[in-house]
Structure formats: C-alpha cells, structure tokens
Design a protein around this ligand. Sequence first.
Ligand SMILES: Nc1nc2c(ncn2[C@@H]2O[C@H](COP(=O)(O)OP(=O)(O)OP(=O)(O)O)[C@@H](O)[C@H]2O)c(=O)[nH]1
Ligand SMILES: [Mg+2]
Length: 234
Amino acid sequence: MSPTYNERDNVDEFLHRVGAAVPTADIYIVDDDSPDGTGSRVREIGASNPRVRLIARTGERGYAAASRDGLVQLAHSGYDAIVTIDCDLSHDATVIPLMLEQLESGADVVIGSRYVVGGGVRNWSLFRRLLSRWGNRYTGFMLSVGVRDCTSGFRAYRSDVIRLGAISDTTSNGYAFLTEVLFRLRQREVRNFVEVPIVYVDRVAGESKMSKTIITESMRKVTGLGLERWFRRR
Ligand SMILES: Nc1nc2c(ncn2[C@@H]2O[C@H](COP(=O)(O)OP(=O)(O)OP(=O)(O)O)[C@@H](O)[C@H]2O)c(=O)[nH]1
Ligand SMILES: [Mg+2]
C-alpha cells in the first residue's frame, strides 16, 4: 500500500517495480485526490490489472491520515500482512520479499532501516541527513522504542497487530505518525520490531511534501510522547 499525493510522474514505474517484486500481491494506492491526476492514472492501470487498486480519499489531506485509513481498512479486509512503501521510488521494492519472510518468522513489524549496518541514504542534502539522523537519535532518547529508524515509512505489518487498535489511536498529521505508531504498539506490548537494511534513494521526479510544519510537528510530538511515557499517564 502506498499513500500518494501528486505522484503521477512516478506511479507507473512504481507499480511496475512493486508488481515485479511481489507478483501475487494486491497493490493499493491511497490517493488524496491529487490535482495532477495520480488517482485517475491508477484507475486506468487497474482497469487492465486487477491487482492494482485505488482507495480514493477526499477532504482532509495528509500522509498520516491516508496511511491510517489504508492500514486500518486493509487489516480488516482479510490480508495477513500489509507493506507500506512510498510511491516516489525512494524505497527499493526488491526488499519486500525479505520483509515478508521476517514477518513469517515472527516479527510484528519489519522496518526498512537506514540506520542499521548495510543501510544508508543516497543523494540526500546535508540538511535532510542531519535532520533525519538527529531526529531519530532524539526519538531514541525520548521514547526508547528499540528501533534505530523510527521515521522510515517502508514497513511490513502483521494485520492482527494493526487490529489491536494502535494505529486508529494515533493523532499525528505528518511523518510523526510513523514514530507514534511504534510507540502506541509498544503500549500494547507489541515489541518484536525487526529492522532490515535499506538504501534510501532521494526522489528524482515529483515534489517533496516535507515542510517546516511537518518537522515542527514531529519534534513536538516526540517530546509529548516522551513526557507521556515519563509521567506514565497511560
Ligand atoms: N495520500 C497522501 N499521500 C501523501 C501526502 N503527502 C505525502 N504523501 C505520499 O507519501 C509518500 C512520502 O512523501 P514524500 O513527499 O516523498 O516525503 P519524504 O519521502 O519524506 O520526502 P522526499 O522524499 O524528500 O520527497 C509519497 O508516496 C507521497 O506521495 C498526502 O498528503 N496524502
Ligand atoms: Mg519521499
């Protein structure tokens, strides 16, 4: 499953790569009514390939809301496992089979991680590198979720773990959602998080949706969750 906003320049290649990596999987695009027509392109492709499906959202926009809706809907639709992956080709789809193997071996969530041995980033600006690296260090310090790359959106979830309700409980709007999910899962004693190395490649086409608002929310949210943990409100 991939949340999309204005990814028309990437979506054909994305679907091709994911389809090649996991030929028997259904691929869902959760689109927020992208003005560039990403959704209609997915519908067109889906007309001749029944594995490609569109979840079309209108109204409230956002990475977190789209991910939340998609994950919860699919976890209740009979799938055993759900993979989340960005549509901008930053995540290497050939890693998906390895992630699914880890789930079968007992992991609750498998995370494509930039910060374990063998992982990394390619073509990222110094600012993005520092932001992500230090953001993750701060998160590790505040929340101790036991994961080195809490903000990676490339993940495989066991559906029964999602059905526990941790995802529906999240309130973040941006990428803080990814950290919040792990935090809420741990509150439910779900903690078998396994990281597999990925090399993250910066997008070539389309525009980044990263913004100051998202960065600020992320820092605020991690601090808030850290305080919640320290004061054991839940
Ligand atoms: N449905 C939906 N998807 C979104 C929204 N914002 C971002 N996305 C998607 O979420 C994924 C990650 O977003 P990106 O903009 O690539 O964010 P990023 O990976 O942190 O930043 P860059 O790689 O630098 O662009 C992509 O597939 C986007 O299309 C949104 O508001 N709604
Ligand atoms: Mg991206």
